[in-house]
Design a protein around this ligand. Structure first.
Ligand code: FMN
Length: 457
C-alpha cells in the first residue's frame, strides 16, 4: 500500500515538473497572441513595443528547469527499475523520518497511532524473504525468523497482519482479559528516552475476550484464504511457513480481570474463547500492575493454575495438529528459590515453554536516576536486558534445556538477540526498542542476527 502511494507521489511529481516545464516553454505564446490581437485593432506599434518588453526566460532558469526535469525523470526511472528488495529497504529506512514526530506525542497517544497505522496498512511490508538459516521449527510450527513482537503492543489484536507483514517471525497479542476493562488512569506510560526505557502501569487495559475473539475470527478466515492461495502458487515447496492459521505465527497472551477473585477461571475463559486462533497461548502471571497477580508464580499456586488451564485446553475438540502449546510468562524479579520452583512445575507438568521476562519493578542503573524512575510500574527496555538475560540463563540450566524459552527484555539490536539465544532462548521478543525505533529496526535486527549466526556458531 505504502509502495503504491510512494509510486503515485513520484508519478505526480514527475507530471508536475513536466507540466511546469511546458508552461514555461509556452509562456511567450500568450503575449504573442495578445500582440496579434492588438495589431488587428490597429495598435501595431504598441504591440511591437509590448513584444519587446517580454523578457526571454533567462538561460540559467531554463537550464535549471531542464536539469530538474531530467533529475526527476531519471529518479523516477531508477525507482521503477530498482529491484523490489532495494525499494523495500528504502521504505523501511524512510520510516525513521517519522520517529522524531512520534517522539513529540504523548507516549500512549503515539502508541495508539502506531497500532492504527499498522492496522490500516500504513506501514512497510517486508518483501525480502528471511535467510533460511534464521528459520526454525518450534512446537511443530515453522518460524521464518526467531524475532517476535512481545505482548502489550497489540493488546486487542487490531493489527496482526500489518505487524506480521513487517517481518516479525511471530506476534503475540494481549494481554486479553475476560471482561473489558479500562486499566489504570492515564498517564500510565512514561518514556525514559535517555535510557531507551519505558515505565508502564497500564493495568491490563483490554477490550475483552469477546471483541478480540471476533476480530481474530475474522482474521483467521482471511489468513486461511491467504494460506490456501500461497500454497497453490508455491506448490513446488512442501515447507509451509507460518502457523496453523496462515502465514506468520500468532501468540495469544491471556490476563485476568483486576477485580476477579478466581484467577484460574479467568484464564480458562481465555482458553475457551481464544485458543482456537492461537499458534501458542501464554498465561501472563507476571505483570506488576495487577494486584496479587505475581503471587501466582509461587510453586503451589502455579501448579494448580497450570493444571486447570491445561485440562480446560485439552478438553476442547482439536483437529489432528492438536491444541496450541501453553507457555507461562514470568517476571525478572524472582529469587533463586522462585526460579527453582517454577522450573520444577514446568518440568513436572510438561509446560510447553516459558517467556522470560516481563517488566521489572526494580530500577536498574542508570535508569534509577531518571526523574520518571519514581513512577509506579514495570520498567522495560535497555536497562532490563542484563536482569532478564541472567534469569533466562538460570532458567535454561534449571530446565536442562528441555523446554523452549522465549527471551524477552531489553533487546534492541541483533547482538542483543543473539546474546539471548546464546543464553538459552529458542525465540526472542521485543517491545520497547520497537516503540522507539519503529519498523526500520526489524530488518536491522534480523540482518545482524544473521551475521552472528554465520560467523559465531
Ligand atoms: C506499555 C507496555 C505494555 C505492556 N503490556 C503487556 C501485557 O499486556 N502483557 C504482557 O505479557 N506484557 C506486557 N508488556 C511487557 C512486554 O511484553 C515485555 O515483556 C517487556 O516490555 C520487556 O521487553 P522489552 O524490554 O523489549 O520491552 C508491556 C510492556 C509495555 C512497555
Amino acid at each position: 500500500m505504502l509502495s503504491s502511494s510512494v509510486a503515485r507521489v513520484w508519478r505526480r511529481s514527475i507530471c508536475d515538473a513536466v507540466l511546469r516545464g511546458s508552461a514555461r516553454r509556452g509562456a511567450p505564446v500568450a503575449p504573442a497572441r495578445a500582440a496579434s490581437t492588438a495589431s488587428a485593432s490597429g495598435a501595431g506599434t504598441e504591440a511591437a513595443a509590448a513584444r519587446k518588453k517580454v523578457p526571454p526566460p533567462p538561460r540559467k532558469g531554463r537550464l535549471l528547469t531542464g536539469a530538474m526535469i531530467g533529475l526527476v525523470i531519471a529518479g523516477g526511472a531508477y525507482v521503477s527499475t530498482a529491484d523490489e528488495a532495494k525499494f523495500c529497504g528504502w521504505l523501511f529506512k524512510s520510516t525513521e523520518l517519522v520517529n522524531p514526530l512520534f517522539a513529540l506525542l504523548d507516549a500512549e497517544y503515539a502508541h495508539r497511532l502506531a497500532v492504527k497505522a499498522a492496522a490500516h496498512g500504513f506501514v512497510p511490508r517486508e518483501k525480502r524473504p528471511d535467510p533460511p538459516v534464521l528459520g526454525l521449527e518450534v512446537w511443530g510450527r515453522k518460524f521464518a525468523n526467531p524475532i517476535g513482537l512481545a505482548a502489550g503492543f497489540d493488546k486487542n489484536a487490531e493489527a496482526v497482519e500489518g505487524l506480521l507483514g513487517m517481518g516479525f517471525g511471530f506476534v503475540e497479542v494481549g494481554s486479553v482479559t475476560p471482561l473489558p476493562q479500562e486499566g489504570n488512569p492515564k498517564p500510565r506510560i512514561f518514556r525514559l528516552r535517555e535510557h531507551s526505557a519505558v515505565i508502564n502501569r497500564c493495568g491490563f487495559n483490554s477490550e475483552g475476550i469477546v471483541v478480540v475473539a471476533k476480530r481474530l475470527g475474522a482474521q483467521h478466515g482471511k489468513r486461511k484464504m491467504e494460506e490456501t492461495s500461497t500454497s497453490t502458487s508455491t506448490s513446488s515447496s512442501d515447507v509451509k511457513q507460518g502457523g496453523k492459521a496462515g502465514p506468520g505465527i500468532l501468540g495469544v497472551n491471556l490476563g485476568k480481570n483486576k477485580t476477579s477473585e478466581d484467577a484460574a477461571a479467568d484464564y480458562v475463559q481465555g482458553v475457551h474463547n481464544l485458543s482456537q486462533y492461537a499458534d501458542y497461548l501464554v498465561i501472563n502471571i507476571s505483570s506488576p500492575n495487577t494486584p496479587g497477580l505475581r503471587k501466582l508464580q509461587g510453586r503451589k499456586q502455579l501448579k494448580d493454575l497450570v493444571k486447570k488451564i491445561q485440562a480446560a485446553r485439552d478438553e476442547m475438540q482439536w483437529a489432528e495438529d492438536g491444541p496450541p502449546p501453553l507457555l507461562v510468562k514470568i517476571a525478572p524479579d524472582l529469587s533463586k528459590q522462585d526460579l527453582e520452583d517454577i522450573a520444577a512445575v514446568a518440568l513436572a507438568l510438561r509446560l510447553d515453554g516459558l517467556i522470560i521476562s516481563n517488566t521489572t519493578v526494580s530500577r536498574p542503573p542508570p535508569a534509577d536516576a531518571h526523574p520518571s524512575a519514581q513512577e509506579t510500574g514495570g520498567l522495560s527496555g535497555k536497562p532490563l536486558f542484563d536482569l532478564s538475560t541472567n534469569i533466562l540463563r538460570e532458567m535454561y540450566l534449571l530446565t536442562r534445556g528441555k523446554i523452549p524459552l522465549i527471551g524477552c527484555g531489553g533487546v534492541s539490536s541483533g547482538e542483543d538477540a543473539y546474546k539471548k539465544i546464546r543464553s538459552g532462548a529458542t525465540l526472542v521478543q521485543l517491545y520497547t526498542a520497537f516503540a522507539y525505533g519503529g519498523p526500520a529496526l526489524i530488518p536491522r535486527i534480523k540482518v545482524i542476527t544473521h551475521i552472528y549466526y554465520i560467523y559465531q556458531t
